[in-house]
Design a protein around this ligand. Structure first.
Ligand code: UD1
Length: 343
């Protein structure tokens, strides 16, 4: 079975490629390296002993994508390639709408043209906006997204659902909560080309001394310690859910042509609790200060995971401590390697 992974050298993409290869799938990666490095392909080979095919293609370039599909027939596609910084999307909304929506439309148009089936879309818990009650389940009504990033995920889900109803074919949208941590080999992890926005790399870069300190965005939220609450989930748990979802589609086990699943742990932690978990598991004290709220942030969100547990037969198994330890292992390895390269 051949699976196309767009954004396969990125953070969640690379971990998913590893799990797919480990479970016997053939994988083709396409990625334009806008926020990742080609070296990741070799690291995936090191972990798995298998070589995915890799092409540098921008999914927004339909002509290039069409050439690719004219040569390669795929049994399923997992579409990760997208921009993902909530704060940046507030500043540059059109960049986000163009990139995240055009890439999806291109893929779905070509999927229809070539008659392909089985499509997995990377969605996000940001589609829930600020819900009235926690945890949120897939049937919780969606509030307006708090950021253009979140809105591209809401619209993306609708585009996929409508395309599926019109043709029909099979698809699943996976709503990630807050992916964090890294592979236990410390060979792949979150590897942003630009200054990171996500809490995990911000914490580890501070711990290693790449940055002096960091800012906790807001401590006046209506939460027990005043900082935002998120459902941090180990990236390898997220990756294995993709393999389960691909299997469900390929083996036609889906109950509806378009299905939605929350991928979270079911447990919310505040920013302060995440910081404490890192400090306790590594013994390193972090330097941080409190600053204003970040535009686009929701106050709190965590997942009801019952549907993914019962239908996909999947459950997140890794703890917040494992998340922090693996992220730290990855940061140390990355820093050692870049010191070697720069001498
Ligand atoms: C959002 C989405 C998530 C998606 C991710 C992609 C929501 C609720 N979640 O995550 O599904 O996968 O975007 O990027 O929309 N923080 C600081 N200081 C920092 C960095 C972060 O205090 O320097 C805080 C944030 O304010 C937030 C928490 O840490 O409360 C997590 O932030 P981040 O890692 O950026 O992820 P989200 O924006 O929550």
């Amino acid at each position: 079975m051949k699976v196309l992974v767009t954004g396969g050298t990125g953070y969640i993409g690379s971990h998913t490629v590893v799990e797919l290869l480990n479970r016997g799938f053939e994988v083709i990666i396409i990625d334009n390296l806008s926020n990742s490095r080609e070296e990741v392909v070799h690291r995936i080979e090191k972990i798995t002993g298998k070589s995915p095919l890799y092409f540098n293609i921008d999914v927004c370039n339909k002509a290039d994508l069409k050439k690719f599909f004219s040569v390669y027939k795929v049994d399923a596609t997992i579409h990760f390639a997208a921009f993902k910084a909530v704060g940046e999307s507030v500043e540059k909304p059109l960049l986000y709408y163009r990139n995240n929506l055009l890439s999806l439309i291109n893929l779905l148009e070509l999927y229809a043209e070539f008659g392909f089936d089985n499509f997995l879309f990377s969605s996000s818990c940001s589609v829930y906006g600020q819900s009235d009650a926690q945890p949120v389940s897939e049937s919780t009504p969606l509030k307006p997204a708090e950021s253009p990033y979140g809105n591209t995920k809401q619209i993306g889900e609708e585009i996929l659902r409508d395309s599926i109803l019109a043709r029909p074919f099979r698809g699943i949208a996976l709503r990630y909560f807050n992916p964090a941590g890294a592979h236990s080999s410390a060979l792949i992890g979150e590897y942003p080309l630009h200054a990171p926005n996500n809490l995990g790399p911000v914490i580890t870069q501070t711990a290693i001394g790449k940055r002096e300190s960091f800012t906790v965005f807001g401590n006046d939220y209506n939460t027990p310690d005043g900082t935002c609450i998120r459902d941090y989930i180990h990236v390898v748990d997220i990756a294995t859910a993709h393999v389960d979802a691909v299997n469900r589609l390929i083996h036609k086990k889906n109950k509806k042509p378009f299905e939605l699943y929350n991928l979270g742990t079911g447990r919310g932690y505040s920013v302060m609790e995440a910081i404490t978990a890192f400090e306790n598991s590594t013994g390193i004290k972090l330097k941080y200060n409190f600053g204003p709220r970040r535009p686009g942030d929701v106050e709190k969100v965590w997942a009801d995971t019952a549907r993914a547990n019962s239908e996909l037969g999947w459950k997140a198994t890794r703890s917040l401590e494992e998340i922090m330890n693996s992220a730290w292992g990855w940061e140390k390895q990355m820093t050692r390697n870049s010191n070697k390269i720069t001498g």
